[in-house]
Design a protein around this ligand. Structure first.
Ligand SMILES: Cc1cc2nc3c(=O)[nH]c(=O)nc-3n(C[C@H](O)[C@H](O)[C@H](O)COP(=O)(O)O)c2cc1C
Length: 334
């Protein structure tokens, strides 16, 4: 019997698979199906700073772009109309879900500047959130603002949320810091209990028909795991807090790679949108089988065994090994 339990943010999860913030979690029955299929925890969609500051936000364009996703989601397309619930509905829903499920329910706050809205984290905790995931979403486009200032804003924000709640905090970050390992360490020092690596930013597109800039939202592909995989492996040895992997995780193999690299928890959204909540069970079965075949007792034992610090070749995750990659590529043509 493989022990799938893992510790994440000080919480004991029965499995390492977490449904990351996404639309399926906005329905109680979907959340229950995820629990039944083996999810270790679920993260609710984000409550956005704009919603809390202005009490409303026009997410219309984003939701319309979701409509374009339906073919990608291969028949599994949830209703997005009430995706971004108003603040009061969000808290009520959180309370219902946290009270009704046995697994931890995490709430998510999304913003980029400090201020009164951050106090909302406390209301989330009071409504039953086992932890707060803080998604700092910022496109640093102002040339007059140096990187140090951008980083300071992140750290201040984490400090403000830390002051507001006693439940654990995870910070969902993007991959664009110049010194990722240093920044990761400082986020933990500022009060985060863990990091979610990495946020997948929406990238705008240009519509050549209408000559307008449109938001686009496509599901991830498996190719995308390698960026978070590298950084989970590097950060495992440097960061005292928990690490969750997100972006591009679609199969049991992807989950195993993240665990071996050092992830405490592994998150999925796109794969669940494509395949439905029961897909979690299939992935977990694959994880369990692989661990059993190789004689592991459980997830904790496998965790980090191929991280930069523990693996056989510590430089492998830092090497920008174009020469090697190119030689294997060209050998295909001989
Ligand atoms: C339709 C959709 C809605 C999402 N909503 C949120 C959100 O509200 N907050 C958040 O932090 N991430 C959100 N995400 C990002 C996911 O939580 C996840 O980090 C990202 O999709 C990468 O993981 P994946 O490759 O498993 O999809 C959303 C993703 C999708 C596809």
């Amino acid at each position: 019997m493989i022990d799938l339990r893992t510790r994440y943010l000080g919480l004991e999860l029965r499995t390492p698979l977490i449904a990351s913030a996404g639309p399926l979690q906005t329905k109680v029955d979907m959340a229950q199906r995820m629990q039944e299929a083996g999810a270790g925890a679920i993260v609710l969609p984000s409550m956005f700073e704009e919603q809390l500051v202005h009490e409303s936000m026009d997410l219309h364009a984003l939701l319309e772009s979701w409509a374009d996703l339906s073919p990608e989601a291969e028949g599994f397309s949830p209703d997005m109309h009430d995706y971004n619930l108003g603040p009061r509905t969000y808290l009520e829903y959180l309370e219902t879900l946290a009270g009704g499920l046995d697994i931890p329910v995490l709430a998510s706050l999304n913003g980029s500047s400090g201020g009164g809205w951050v106090g909302y984290a406390r209301r989330m905790a009071d409504s039953g959130a086992a932890a707060i995931e803080l998604n700092v979403y910022q496109v640093a486009a102002d040339p007059s603002v140096p990187g140090t200032e951008v980083e300071r804003r992140y750290l201040d924000l984490v400090g403000e949320v830390r002051a507001a709640v006693s439940v654990p905090i995870a910070v969902k970050i993007g991959p664009y810091f110049s010194s990722m390992a240093h920044m990761a360490m400082r986020l933990i020092e500022a009060g985060a209990d863990g990091l979610v690596v990495f946020n997948r930013f929406l990238q705008p597109d240009i519509d050549l028909e209408t000559l307008t800039v449109v938001p686009t939202l496509h599901l991830s592909t498996r190719e995308e795991i390698r960026l978070p995989l590298r950084w989970i492996a590097i950060l495992r040895g440097h960061v005292a807090g928990s690490l969750a992997a997100t972006t591009g995780v679609h199969t049991a193999e992807d989950v195993l790679k993240m665990i071996l690299a050092g992830a405490d928890a592994v998150m999925m959204t796109s794969a669940l949108l494509k395949n439905g909540p029961e897909y979690l069970r299939l992935v977990l079965d694959g994880v369990e089988l692989w661990l059993a075949e190789r004689g592991y007792e459980g997830v904790e034992q496998a965790k980090g065994s191929l991280s930069q610090r523990s693996g056989p070749d510590p430089s492998a995750f830092e090497r920008a090994n174009y020469m090697e990659a190119l030689s294997t590529y060209s050998s295909r043509f001989h």
